[in-house]
Design a protein around this ligand. Structure first.
Ligand SMILES: [Zn+2]
Length: 109
């Protein structure tokens, strides 16, 4: 119960980037959709809910604090498996048919 309240509070603090392809120029390091207006500003990707702390795909195995300690590799695998960077974030992400507004440039590592 207490943890849930903390989580809600944390989400209120997050700077949510309103989905809009026009403003998005940078590729999310987790889902590979071009969803971010800039890199490294702790914005949340609307497609996978990764919080962009600036870590990139050249550091796949380093835990990300803002993403509850998971690594980019884990986040990317999670996205492939169930469509969000973490299972708990699945309820927050865009529906699959709404992802189309963003360009997708899949990368494989
Ligand atoms: Zn993403």
């Amino acid at each position: 119960m207490f943890k849930k309240a903390i989580d809600l509070f944390k989400f209120k603090q997050l700077r949510w980037h309103e989905p809009g392809a026009a403003a998005a120029k940078e590729q999310c390091p987790c889902c590979d959709y071009v969803t971010l207006p800039a890199r490294g500003y702790d914005q949340i990707c609307p497609v996978c809910f990764w919080e962009d702390d600036g870590q990139d795909v050249d550091a796949l195995d380093i835990g990300s604090g803002p993403n509850h300690g998971i690594t980019l590799r884990e986040g990317r695998n999670n996205f492939k498996q169930f469509g969000s960077c973490e299972l708990a974030m699945k309820k927050h992400v865009l529906a699959v048919d709404e992802r189309d507004r963003f360009e997708h440039k899949p990368r494989h590592f």
